[in-house]
Design a protein around this ligand. Structure first.
Ligand SMILES: C[S@@+](CC[C@H](N)C(=O)[O-])C[C@H]1O[C@@H](n2cnc3c(N)ncnc32)[C@H](O)[C@@H]1O
Length: 268
């Protein structure tokens, strides 16, 4: 248990650092996750940890706290219909002569989303050479390190169809455990950077063909969502797509993004 003032301090720190609005009802979650850091540092109370955070001039403990607080759940081809849609659009763009593609996986977590996007693009391109970059960003440094590594336990690739697994991954064994590593052509397409979605404007110029910003806006309140979406609109090309999570309707929030189908929007 955490006293209400301490809980409010943590909620404030997390909100300032990330835009994540933890409801006061999330006390159990905050206790469990902050508790991990308290124990890892050998401290005996949440209040002592608040002192450590206050004295942390380098900002490194805030990074650790955010790593502990963020939910990194993701999977390859999560919401597969969105990737099917993307393949169709890419095929259309390729047919029209487009060869340069720029995508942004805005809360990429451990990399399953940007690598799924890279596979979708290569499948759509059918051997044609393209100039494609997928920017993979997240707040969590540990998630980003795993994205950069591109090495996945066998249970994590269960949602990858067998033919794609054979084409785009290399099986490896480490300490008797089976892993799958993304092939270099996928790894080369993905640029990994730390970025905080609650502090736009973002340092890209655009125009982007598509932005995947899925299952992260649910953690934000409306002012943070709005700021983020305004900059996403700036970055998208006209006719570019925004993909969100299925629980994240934008209806009534932004004007220049037009609803296409559930969780898919297009920039006018
Ligand atoms: C549930 S995962 C979603 C991963 C992926 N987009 C998907 O849909 O499968 C949410 C991710 O958002 C990241 N995140 C949370 N707040 C963030 C912020 N302010 N800026 C950037 N990333 C953030 C977390 O670190 C986490 O990796």
């Amino acid at each position: 248990m955490m006293d209400p003032t301490t809980l409010d301090r943590f909620r404030e720190i997390v909100y300032t650092a990330s835009g994540i609005a933890l409801s006061p009802k999330k006390e159990a979650l905050v206790c469990a996750r902050v508790g991990k850091r308290v124990r890892a540092l050998g401290l005996s109370s949440y209040e002592q940890y608040l002192d450590v955070l206050a004295e942390d001039t380098t900002g490194s403990e805030i990074v650790q706290l955010m790593d502990a607080v963020c939910t990194n759940v993701t999977s390859f081809f999560r919401d597969a219909d969105q990737f099917d849609f993307m393949v169709e659009m890419m095929e259309r763009w390729l047919e029209a002569g487009q060869t340069r593609f720029r995508f942004w996986s805005a809360a990429s977590s451990t990399g399953e989303e940007p690598y799924s996007l890279a596979i979708a693009l290569l499948e759509a391109a059918k051997g044609h050479v393209t100039d494609t970059k997928i920017l993979a960003t997240d707040l969590s440094t540990s998630a980003l390190a795993r994205c950069a590594e591109g090495l996945y336990e066998a249970r994590r690739i269960e949602t990858v169809p067998a033919d794609l697994l054979a084409r785009y991954f290399k099986r490896e064994k480490h300490d008797d455990e089976v892993y799958y590593r993304v092939r270099p052509e996928l790894r080369r397409m993905v640029v990994v950077r730390r970025m905080n979605l609650s502090t736009p404007p973002f340092p890209m110029r655009g125009p982007l063909d598509a932005v995947f910003c899925r299952n992260v806006m649910i953690y934000f309140d409306n002012p943070v969502r709005l700021r983020l979406l305004e900059d996403v609109q700036r970055l998208l090309k006209p006719g570019g797509y925004l993909f969100v999570g299925h629980a994240e309707s934008l209806t009534g929030i932004v004007s220049s993004l037009k609803y296409v189908r559930p969780a898919i929007y297009v920039r006018n």
